[in-house]
Design a protein around this ligand. Structure first.
Ligand code: ARG
Length: 458
C-alpha cells in the first residue's frame, strides 16, 4: 500500500506506478534510510512523540532490518513498494505493527531522501578518495622504477623534447591530487544535515536539529528548509568532480593506448587486461583503456542531465528531483571502476626502454638544446631557432640525427659551433639541464617522487 492512499478513491494505473516508482534504483539507499530512521526515532523521544521503550523497540527492529539489508540488498527489489522510504516503513510495520506507523511523525520523504542521499554520498566519497590514493601510489611506484626510462615528450603528437616515463607518471599524480582535493572540498559543503526540514517549511516538532545532525555524523544542520529540500548542489558537484576526474583518466588511457600502438611500441600491456580479436589471431587489444576513455562520455552525460533537470525548477521539492540518483550512482560507480582498472593496468605494465630511447633519438627532440647552445655562444634565440631549423632539414635530408652530422657540416650553419655541441646534444644532457622545480631532470623527478611518497604515506 502506498504511503499516501487516504485522499485517493482510485488506485494508480499500473503503468503510472511503474513510471513513478524509484525503488528499483533507490534501494541502494536502504542502509542510509534505516540509519536516518533510527536517528529520527531518537529525536522523537525528545519531543515526547515516542516513549523510551517504544524507541528502543523501533531501534532494535530497524537494526534487524539493517542486518537483513546488508546480507541481501537485492531482496528489496522483489517488493512493490514505491521507493526505499516506503519500503523501510512497510517492513517496520510488518515486523512491529502499529508502532511502526509512528515513525514518520514530523518528517517528510523530502528531508529524508535529501539526508539519505547525502549520507550515501559521504560514504561513496570516502571510497573514491581511497581509490584515488591507490592509483596515485601505483603511479608513484611505476615512476620510481622508470626514472631512467627516457622517452619522447609530445606536443601536437609530434616528438618534442625528451622526458622520462617517470615524469609522465608524475603528471597524472598531479591531476589525481587535484581530483582528490576537489572531492574533499565537495565533501565539506555537503556535510550538512537536511533532517528536520520536513516537506519544505521545517518540522512542527521542536527537535534539536544540530544534535540530530551530530548523531548522523554530519558537521552541522542546514539553515533554510526551502533550500534544503530542493538543494542538489552536492549531486552537481560530485558529478562535476567525476567528470573532471574522468577527463583525466581518459587522457591517461589515451596516452597509454598510443604508447601501446605498434607504431610507438613504448609499453607492453599485460595479458590480464587485454583481449583478443575473434578474427585476427595476432591482435592484443587495449580494451581496458578504451573502455576507460569511452566511459568518460557517460559520466559527462550524467552531469549534463542533472544540470538540465534542476535548471528552472521552482522551490522547493519537485518530483523531477527523483531523477538525481541514477546518473549519480552510475557515474560514481563508473569513476570508481575506472580508478580500480587503472591501478591494475599500471601494476602490470612493462616499459620498453630501448624502444622509447630509440624514439627519442630519432625524433630531433634535442633541437631546443642545440638552440640553447647557440644562445650560450651569443646568438640571439630567434636566430638560433632558425639556424637549428636549417640543421634539422639538413639532417633529415641525410636521414641522420643531429649528432650524426660532422662538425664540419654543422659549422656550415654557424661558425660558433664547436666540438662541445655533441655533449649538449646527448640525451642525458637534455634531461639534466631541465633542473628546475617541476622539470624533467632526474634529480627533480627523484625529489618529486619523494614528495609524493611522503604525501601518500598512510
Ligand atoms: N522517491 C522520491 C525521490 O527520490 C522521494 C521523495 C518523495 N517526495 C515526494 N514529495 N513525493 O525524490
Amino acid at each position: 500500500m502506498a504511503l499516501w492512499g487516504g485522499r485517493f478513491t482510485q488506485i494508480a494505473d499500473q503503468r503510472f506506478k511503474q513510471f513513478n516508482d524509484s525503488l528499483h534504483f533507490d534501494y541502494r539507499l536502504a542502509e542510509q534510510d534505516i540509519i536516518v530512521s533510527i536517528a529520527w526515532s531518537k529525536a522523537l523521544v525528545t519531543v515526547n512523540v515516542l516513549s523510551n521503550s517504544e524507541q528502543y523497540l523501533l531501534e532494535q527492529t530497524l537494526k534487524k532490518l539493517l542486518a537483513e539489508v546488508q546480507a541481501n540488498p537485492e531482496h528489496i527489489l522483489s517488493s512493490k513498494a514505491e521507493d526505499i522510504h516506503s519500503w523501510v516503513e512497510e517492513e517496520l510495520i510488518k515486523k512491529i505493527g502499529v508502532l511502526g506507523k509512528k515513525l514518520h511523525t514530523g518528517r517528510s520523504r523530502n528531508d529524508q531522501v535529501a539526508t539519505d542521499l547525502k549520507l550515501w554520498c559521504k560514504t561513496q566519497v570516502m571510497v573514491l578518495l581511497g581509490a584515488m590514493r591507490d592509483l596515485q601510489k601505483a603511479l608513484v611506484s611505476t615512476a620510481k622504477v622508470n626514472q631512467d626510462a627516457v622517452m619522447p615528450g609530445y606536443t601536437h603528437l609530434q616528438r618534442a623534447q625528451p622526458v622520462t616515463f617517470a615524469h609522465w607518471c608524475l603528471a597524472y599524480v598531479e591531476m589525481l591530487m587535484r581530483d582528490e582535493t576537489r572531492l574533499q572540498d565537495t565533501l565539506k559543503r555537503l556535510d550538512v544535515s537536511p533532517l528536520g526540514c520536513g516537506a519544505l517549511a521545517g518540522t512542527a516538532y521542536k527537535i534539536d536539529r544540530e544534535q540530530l545532525a551530530c548523531h548522523l555524523g554530519f558537521a552541522s544542520a542546514t539553515r533554510n528548509s526551502l533550500d534544503t529540500v530542493s538543494d542538489r548542489d552536492h549531486v552537481l558537484e560530485l558529478l562535476a568532480d567525476a567528470s573532471i576526474g574522468m577527463v583525466h583518466l581518459s587522457r591517461f588511457a589515451e596516452d597509454l593506448i598510443f604508447f601501446n600502438t605498434e607504431e610507438a611500441d613504448f609499453i607492453e600491456l599485460s595479458d590480464i587486461v587485454t583481449s583478443g580479436s575473434s578474427l585476427m589471431p595476432q591482435k592484443k587489444n587495449p580494451d581496458v583503456l578504451e573502455l576507460i576513455r569511452g566511459k568518460c562520455g557517460r559520466v559527462q552525460g550524467a552531469l549534463t542531465s542533472i544540470m538540465m533537470t534542476l535548471k528552472g525548477l521552482p522551490l522547493a521539492y519537485n518530483k523531477d528531483m527523483q531523477e538525481d540518483k541514477q546518473g549519480l550512482f552510475d557515474a560514481l560507480d563508473t569513476w570508481l571502476d575506472c580508478l580500480y582498472m587503472s591501478v591494475i593496468v599500471l601494476d602490470n605494465i612493462q616499459v620498453k626502454r630501448l624502444r622509447c630511447q630509440q624514439a627519442v633519438e630519432q625524433g630531433y627532440s634535442n633541437s631546443t638544446d642545440m638552440a640553447d647552445y647557440l644562445v650560450a655562444k651569443g646568438v640571439p634565440f630567434r636566430e638560433a631557432h632558425h639556424i637549428v631549423g636549417k640543421v634539422v632539414l639538413e639532417a633529415m635530408k641525410h636521414g641522420v640525427v643531429l649528432e650524426e652530422l660532422s662538425l664540419a657540416q654543422l659549422k656550415q650553419f654557424s661558425v660558433v659551433i664547436e666540438e662541445d655541441v655533441y655533449d649538449i646534444l646527448a640525451l642525458r644532457s637534455c634531461l639534466e639541464k631541465r633542473n628546475v622545480r617541476g622539470g624533467v631532470a632526474p634529480q627533480q623527478v627523484a625529489f618529486a617522487i619523494t614528495e609524493a611518497e611522503k604525501r601518500l604515506a598512510p
